[in-house]
Write a protein that binds this ligand. Structure first.
Ligand code: MN
Length: 251
């Protein structure tokens, strides 16, 4: 099995190394990932500047290709151009920070998997619910392995990926894997208004995550309860109920 690994935190992140180590138990791993932090870039593509693929070494060994682009760029460039063979699986992560609820929209980690499934390749995204760079990734890596080992046989339809979110808890408190849906939690946005050394104003996005607990099978609720949440996401964006309603409008 050939597995393409990517992420949005950058090829030098702690999470992608843990993911690569666990995916090597499943097959041949090829890493093509952004050369820098690309969190929250969503499905952005680079269209007006050149992309470069630079060999990236980790602990003295060739680790993969670092791309000066987005996660979606990495998947597109890898599958169409860089790789000798089409990958059997695409796994994105392990992202530092949850990609539950509305976060899945902004997430570069999820978009890399979306790009993979749009290309007809079984794809998944994995995230852990902490931004702590020193967090022990062994539980997340184990969950990634479990889900990835089943991904091919699930025969997901093209356009559907698995979005996996793992709680940042000690392994002995872990309750197992739960199949979930995208939750309805949202961000209450705010911007810090600051001054640069020249006295000019600038803004920095902050905000608080508002947990909405109305859905019993929501991804973020499962993570809060100690489960790893596995949500099938798809990118059919049409609202069919509204489409029906619009058909009755006299235009
Ligand atoms: Mn990220």
């Amino acid at each position: 099995m050939r597995i393409l690994v990517t992420n949005d935190d950058g090829i030098d992140s702690h999470g992608i190394l843990a993911l690569v180590k666990s995916m090597r138990r499943l097959g041949d791993v090829i890493v093509v990932a952004p050369d820098r932090q690309q969190s929250a870039v969503g499905h952005a593509l680079t269209v007006s500047s050149p992309l470069r693929a630079t060999p990236f070494y980790r602990d003295g060994a060739m680790f993969g290709y670092a791309i000066n682009g987005t996660p979606a760029d990495c998947v597109k460039l890898a599958v169409t151009t860089l790789l000798d063979h089409r990958p059997d699986l695409i796994v994105s992560g392990i992202n530092h920070g949850s990609n539950t609820s509305v976060n899945a929209i902004y997430s570069g980690t999820v978009s890399a998997a979306t790009e993979g499934t749009l290309m007809g390749i079984p794809s998944m995204a994995v995230s852990v619910s902490t931004f702590d760079e020193t967090h022990d990734m062994s539980l997340s890596a184990e969950v990634a392995f479990t889900v990835a080992s089943r991904l091919h046989s699930l025969e997901l339809p093209q356009g559907t990926l698995l979005n996996v979110n793992v709680p940042s808890i000690p392994i002995e408190d872990f309750k197992g894997i739960r199949v979930t849906r995208q939750g309805h939690s949202v961000w209450e946005d705010s911007y810090d208004r600051r001054k640069d050394p020249m006295g000019r104003e600038y803004f920095w996005l902050t905000g608080t995550f508002v947990s909405v607990k109305e859905l019993p099978d929501a991804d973020d609720l499962a993570v809060a309860q100690g489960y790893a949440a596995v949500t099938p996401l798809h990118y059919e964006l049409t609202n069919f109920a509204v489409q029906e309603k619009l058909k009755n409008v006299q235009w």
